[in-house]
Ligand binder design. Structure first.
Ligand SMILES: [Zn+2]
Length: 229
């Protein structure tokens, strides 16, 4: 197997750029989240109560809100119709807590309204999970043992995983947009607090951009490696 220096460069440059963006994004998420965790909102609602208010305003009283362990583990589980919020977000009354809770409620609203990128993302979850488990054995087998079929199966699974990460982007940006629009229109927050929410959610979005970019770089590298063989 021989890889041309120029060909390898294209993939590697994207991977390295993604790694750097990823590192910056992760430290920025933690930093921004912690900073606005110390600033309480004037209204004083907890993240859980804010999320409840948003869900109820969309007629989604059927969606349960539960507390889970860990930090930044917050997510919406569409299969069980449950919004799971980490302890700090669930009971916290800070700009960060309310912002993250509103973002997660935004995912439930996407689900209820049949927002198409959300639906597509849900369909891709099992493929993306399968891909991440089988990817390396398949591709390593394909490339190093000259088993072309394995390489193609691996590359297809990888393509699906990449598509999953790309579809995640509009889903995440839209959930944040819905959160900010609701918080603004309902008068739940002052303009300073809203600026804080935008910063917290914007930093979180960057981690998804970095992850997608890293996958894109690996895919470019993979395709060039396959073509070279
Ligand atoms: Zn999200």
């Amino acid at each position: 197997m021989y890889l041309g220096f120029v060909d390898m460069n294209a993939g590697f440059l994207i991977i390295i750029a993604a790694l750097i963006i990823g590192m910056i994004a992760r430290s920025k998420v933690t930093g921004t989240y912690n900073k606005f965790s110390r600033i309480n909102t004037g209204r004083g609602l907890s993240g859980a109560r804010m999320a409840r208010e948003i869900l109820d305003s969309y007629g989604l009283a059927n969606i349960d809100i539960q507390q889970i362990g860990g930090q930044l583990t917050d997510h919406y589980d569409s299969r069980n119709s449950v919004l799971r919020l980490s302890q700090g977000v669930y009971s916290g009354t800070s700009v960060s807590s309310v912002g993250v809770a509103a973002h997660e409620a935004g995912h439930a609203v996407q689900d209820a309204m049949g927002y198409s990128p959300f639906k597509l993302r849900q369909k891709l979850v099992p493929v993306a999970n399968l891909g991440s488990q089988l990817l390396f054995p398949l591709i390593i087998g394909g490339l190093f043992f000259h088993m072309t079929e394995l390489y193609y199966i691996g590359a297809s699974l990888y393509g699906a995983a990449l598509l999953f990460q790309l579809v995640t982007l509009p889903v995440e940006f839209d959930a944040s947009r819905r959160a900010v629009v609701y918080l603004e229109k309902s008068g739940s927050m002052s303009s300073d607090e809203l600026t804080g929410v935008r910063k917290v959610l914007g930093a979180a979005s960057m981690t998804y951009v970095a992850a997608a970019l890293a996958s894109l770089g690996q895919m470019v590298w993979l395709l060039l490696a396959g073509r070279r063989r």
